[in-house]
Write a protein that binds this ligand. Structure first.
Ligand code: SER
Length: 320
């Protein structure tokens, strides 16, 4: 019998990552085989070309019904409150990020054979680690609620793998830069907003200080990593908490310089707000050797190629 294609559910399909990952997954598995679960932002025309469902990850029964309705065998659980929002609504961050994940893991345990992807973050790190080339295995003592939820989630994933044999796979994403959907409520959001303002106004006021270096990644690399780890043979996925994932590291000042190579009249000033403290608690760069060794991770974009691609895409889209 021909092998049935994966039936995938993306929860959080209209978010920054979900909106592009869902389309990439549809290209790979066929558009009818990937269900877009959305909650706040309505699906775009492109997302409506395949199945879509209004879905609250906090409702275990609704997630279970959707999984049964579409005979889902792979779930990408991307719904989350990010770091800045998490500081304003710590209870909400816990309910979506941890309880939402727990719902998905419980359903996957009950329906044997469901594979789960869940994004962790560099925000798992906090005090007591080297900021440069932060190692995979190190104390996880975050000082943000977002980080607390990511550590708790990683431990849940590892627990479900050890105790129930669940095939759950996680990546510690750095900040993600993308040209399609805007991020919402994160500390690395400046690195997306800056491109819109550079193109529309040639001016930007950055909410982080000019030398706040953070690990970052361009969306095509993020999509590739998220699909590659799910395609890797189970035996090669040795870490079931979260793999460090690195693309590039840069500060706002370095990004500004790179944009100015293409838009020389662009100017940026700096007014750090409460998000500075969050950025200061995170690594500047990550050691991702384990991901490279275990399942062949290798990023394609650096700061220059990402900047060029972002400006080209946004200019084409935002042109009057
Ligand atoms: N992009 C996230 C944030 O800034 C970090 O994983 O909250």
């Amino acid at each position: 019998m021909p092998k049935r294609s994966n039936r995938v559910l993306v929860i959080g399909a209209t978010g920054q990552i979900g909106s592009e990952l869902t389309l990439a997954l549809r290209k790979h598995h066929g558009k009818d085989n990937v269900v877009a679960g959305w909650y706040i932002d309505k699906p775009t025309k492109a997302l409506k070309e395949g199945p879509f469902e209004h879905l609250d990850v906090r409702s275990r029964s609704h997630v279970a019904e959707t999984i049964e309705k579409y005979d889902i065998d792979t779930v990408y659980q991307l719904a989350a409150l990010l770091s800045a929002t998490g500081e304003k609504d710590p209870g909400g961050a816990w309910r979506v990020n941890v309880e939402g994940l727990h719902n998905v893991l419980e359903i996957a345990r009950e329906h044997k054979g469901i594979k789960v992807f869940w994004p962790s973050s560099m925000a798992v790190y906090g005090e007591g680690v080297p900021a440069v080339n932060t190692p995979q295995v190190a104390p996880l003592l975050p000082t943000t609620m977002y980080g607390v939820t990511k550590v708790a989630g990683e431990l849940l994933c590892d627990y479900y793998h050890r105790h129930y044999g669940l095939d759950v796979r996680c990546l510690r994403y750095p900040g993600i830069v993308s040209s399609e959907a805007l991020p919402g409520g994160g500390t690395t959001d400046y690195a997306v907003e800056i491109f819109y303002d550079a193109i529309k106004k040639e001016r930007y006021t950055c909410f982080l200080s000019k030398d706040s270096t953070l690990p970052m990644m361009y969306m095509p690399d993020c999509i590739k990593a998220s699909m590659d780890i799910m395609a890797a043979p189970a035996a090669s996925v040795k870490t079931r908490t979260g793999y460090n994932l690195a693309g590039m590291s840069f500060s706002p000042a370095e990004l500004v310089k790179e944009i100015q190579r293409i838009i020389p009249t662009f100017e940026c000033d700096y007014k750090p707000d409460f998000r500075q403290k969050i950025a200061d608690s995170w690594p500047k760069s990550l050691d991702d050797r384990e991901a490279r060794r275990d399942w062949g991770w290798k990023p394609s974009y650096d700061l220059a190629s990402m900047t060029q691609d972002m400006v080209t895409r946004l200019r084409a889209r935002l042109a009057p």
